[in-house]
Design a protein around this ligand. Structure first.
Ligand code: ATP
Ligand code: MG
Length: 760
């Protein structure tokens, strides 16, 4: 064998090459960001294929997102110089689990065309179950139950396996029973939720060893990216699949072929093109664990809140005996300053394996930290910076804005629409497309235009007011017959006795409310009106009472919506702007700025990365700190580390001195993470966003004294001092002097201890 090897191997460093070429037995690549872990996985698949070790269909490769899977397929084609014939099993845990479940749907009492429910469907179904059980949905919200069930499924627990203590926390001990009836209902509806896609696999594998064995035989190679973020269910699923097939068990009453590769397996008999006589003929001692290769980075574990267990990576050698652990130390992505800043930040975490990372790249530009007066100035500054980058001839595709909370996106989206900058939101809907925003907009649209039937239908029974499908159907009939809008039909119908008294009363109230809001519109500021509508309609309350994990985020988004209206003169102008934003449809091919949460940015890289909102309460998130304390802080810090390490050439961090949180202006404190950045690699710059620059005053200073006590005895970056000096020197320049800041500040709420959480 030539030592040079195929082309796709050239350019790999010796450790990467070892990870690619160690094809037998378990391999763990434990390495920092940008060291080529994902590249190793892709190259490994290319290597397996071109060595004839397996056919595409005998390779199982798990990525964290569908996008990453597509990317991997694309790269693979490039490496091999031809499209891959046949399909490797390349996708997320969910997509692969779903594929397997469809094949054996009948074993889960499903048909192979079962539907996969999204969270909203799931909650609706659970609501019905709660009603049937006479459980008060207000006290025991369906969303909370959905969260519990999801948690159990993430931990691989079927209804009978849920510890009774845990099942007891919901509805005075009814949690377990509800989980059981939920599963039964799903079967009747021929539906599965996301958690089922893996959980049902695990159950089938356990209850039908013959089926498990088929898959164990099929998958000669298993590869897993982002292993640090696997949860228990995913881990169990991998464990089952990665065991060497057990000797065939004879199930009583069934005659089985002794030949494990016979037709009854349900698979084509494996054949291995290119495999040499010698290898094929050698009776290999069956290893207990097959060829599984996982890559990950404990410092990038950011899904603990969704049940991911970083322990999975720490336990790898124990779980997969004989594993070879390979460490990669050279970062190929980022410049020296960026890497140093990220490494220094993460060094403040205690629970980590620790690893060395070096780059042979130049130092490049320092990481910048920029303070802005408020979030609007922050968005303006970033917008200008982007335009400048664009003028220098760089691609928008190489620019990303990574936010901690999704509501932060709104300001950027509006800014981009104003500037005419193409952008795309990755990993979630755009701000104005979120369900709660659409609901709120629907109310405003009906006020603005009573003929907006779509809007009226959307909110007529949201929140629930006993106006179900039958009522809506009846309104439709009425409207059609008389050629009037639904809203007018409603007005007419409540004068008749066609509806049951309760529904009639409820509809009459709604019509009256809208009439009142429309009258108010003439005398009330449109932002106030929006708030009044959300409150009086019961919509805000609906989410306040909701105890699910995402309710707080939705309430934040609603506040952000009201706030965004300030920038428009009236309701009409605002709604017109919205229709423009909604209309903008960024094609996938378009050169566009990427906007996403830090969580969605995993595994990605961009030349220019903007990191706005580094303020206490927002980042680190107050909610995470409240709920998970020290562990939460460490997870937030890993998130910061993930953010910075996405950048190839420029990482630009921002913080604003004032931000609307819960709809009230709050004087914020710069994030403690800023203090944890090494001064030597950081530069303090001024916002391009214009005029107003507010300091944090004494607030920030005392905060930073605390930080010393917190254990950060590192060189405090000069930016804090610079800021203090600035304040002494008269504070803001441009619009308004220090005096006006004081004045404004007095009218703002400055409850800086509260974060963007709702803690309902
Ligand atoms: P993350 O932890 O962020 O997911 P990673 O370890 O998966 O990072 P990759 O995305 O695989 O890292 O690689 C980072 C960048 O470095 C990519 O652009 C990749 O093409 C490049 N790279 C990796 N290895 C090499 C190499 N040997 N020579 C040149 N470039 C490389
Ligand atoms: Mg990667």
């Amino acid at each position: 064998r030539a030592s040079v090897g195929p082309k796709y191997l050239s350019g790999l460093n010796p450790e990467q090459r070892e990870a690619v070429e160690t094809l037998d037995g378990p391999v763990l690549v434990l390495a920092g960001a940008g060291t080529g872990k994902t590249r190793v996985l892709t190259t490994r698949i290319a290597h397996i294929l071109s060595q004839g070790r397996a056919r595409p269909a005998e390779i199982l490769s798990v990525t964290f997102t569908n996008k990453a899977a597509r990317e991997m397929k694309h790269r693979l084609g490039q490496m091999l110089g031809h499209a891959v014939e046949g399909m490797p099993w390349l996708g997320t845990f969910h997509s692969i689990g779903g594929r397997i479940l469809r094949t054996h749907a009948e074993l889960a009492q499903l048909k192979s065309n079962f539907t996969v429910l999204d969270v909203d469907d799931q909650v609706r179904l659970l609501k019905q179950l709660l009603q049937a059980e006479n459980i008060d949905d207000k006290r025991w919200p369906a969303r909370m139950l959905a969260g519990l069930i999801d948690g159990w499924k993430n931990r691989g627990l079927t209804p009978s396996q849920v510890p009774s203590g845990e099942a007891a926390v919901f509805a005075n001990g009814k949690g377990g029973k509800l989980y059981t009836s939920y599963q039964e209902r799903l079967k009747i509806l021929n539906a599965a939720d996301f958690g089922d896609l893996l959980l049902e696999n695990i159950r089938i594998f356990r209850e039908h060893p013959d089926i498990l064995r088929q898959y164990q035989q099929r998958f000669k190679y298993i590869l897993v990216d982002e292993y640090q973020d696997t949860n228990v269910a995913q881990y169990l699923w991998l464990r089952l699949l990665s065991q060497a097939p057990s000797p065939k068990v004879v199930i009583p009453g069934r005659v089985e072929d002794a030949n494990p590769e016979s037709r009854d397996s349900g698979f084509d008999a494996p054949h291995r093109p290119g495999m040499t006589e010698q290898t094929a003929g050698t009776p290999t001692a069956t290893p207990h664990v097959k060829n599984i290769c996982c890559v990950g980075d404990d410092d990038q574990s950011i899904y603990g809140w969704r049940g991911a267990e970083v322990d999975n990576i720490l336990r790898f050698e124990h779980d997969f005996p004989g594993a070879k652990v390979i460490r990669l130390e050279r970062n190929y992505r980022s410049t020296g300053h960026i890497l140093a800043a990220a490494s220094h930040l993460i060094a403040h975490n205690e629970g980590r394996l620790g690893k060395t990372l070096r780059t042979e790249d130049q130092d490049g530009e320092k990481v910048t930290v920029t303070g802005s007066w408020d979030s609007e100035e922050e968005a303006r500054g970033i917008g200008e910076e982007i335009e400048q980058i664009q003028r220098q001839g760089e691609k928008l595709n190489e620019i990303a804005i990574l936010v901690r909370a999704s509501y932060q996106m709104r300001e950027f989206e509006d800014r981009f629409v104003t500037l005419g900058l193409p952008y795309r939101v990755i990993g979630g809907p755009r701000f104005y497309e979120r369900a709660e925003i659409r609901d709120a907009l629907a109310y405003l649209r009906v006020i603005n235009s009573p003929a907006d039937d779509l809007a009226f239908e959307r909110i007529v029974n949201t929140p629930k007011r006993g106006l179900g499908d039958a009522t809506v159907q009846m309104l439709h009939d009425h409207a059609r017959k008389r050629r009037i809008p639904l809203f007018e039909a409603a007005r007419a119908v409540v004068e008749t006795d066609e509806l049951k008294p309760k529904a009639r009363g409820s509809l009459r109230d709604l019509v009256a409310q809208f009439d009142r809001w429309r009258a108010q519109r003439e005398v009330t500021a449109h932002t106030d009106l929006a708030q009044i509508v959300l409150d009086e309609s019961g919509y805000t309350e609906m989410w306040q009472k909701d105890r699910s994990a995402d309710a707080a985020g939705r309430l934040e988004n609603l506040k952000e919506l009201v706030r965004s209206m300030e920038e428009f003169e009236n309701l009409q102008g605002f709604l017109e702007h919205i229709s423009l934003v909604m209309d903008r449809d960024g094609g996938a091919e378009e050169d566009a700025v990427s906007l996403m949460t830090l969580h969605s940015a995993k595994g990605l890289e961009f030349d220019n990365v903007f990191l706005p909102g580094w303020e206490e309460g927002l980042f680190p998130s107050q909610r995470t700190l409240d709920e998970q304390g020290r562990a939460g802080l460490e997870e937030e810090r890993r998130l910061g580390h993930v953010g910075i390490t996405r950048a190839r050439r420029r990482a630009m961090i921002y913080f604003a001195t004032n931000r609307r949180i819960h709809g009230t202006w709050t004087t914020t404190i710069p994030s403690r993470f800023l203090d944890e950045l090494p001064a030597a690699n950081v530069e303090i710059t001024e916002s391009k966003g214009g005029s107003a620059w507010g300091g944090t005053g004494g607030y920030g200073a005392s905060r930073f004294d605390d930080m010393e006590a917190f254990g950060s005895s590192y060189t405090t970056p000069g930016w804090q001092r610079a800021q203090a000096n600035r304040n002494r020197g008269g504070g803001r320049t441009g619009a308004g002097g220090h005096g006006s800041f004081e004045e404004e500040a007095a009218t703002f709420s400055s409850s800086s201890s509260s974060g963007p959480d709702f803690g309902s």
